[in-house]
Design a protein. Sequence first.
Length: 72
Amino acid sequence: MLFDKILGNSDIINDNWKKEINKWLVFIENKGELERFVPRLTKMNNSKRDEALTEISSAYLLENELNFIVTG
């Protein structure tokens, strides 16, 4: 699980939250953008980590919404 590899030492303990974040991480990995985010997710404070997660989740949600509109 990417979450464990990247954020395994974080203070995020809720399993459902971990699974959701893992989906976002897989999404950016598939886009070839994971390495760009790793420093903000691992080497900075929780505020910067949360900013990066917000950015990733926004992209994930927008793309999924767009796919729903196009295919729906």
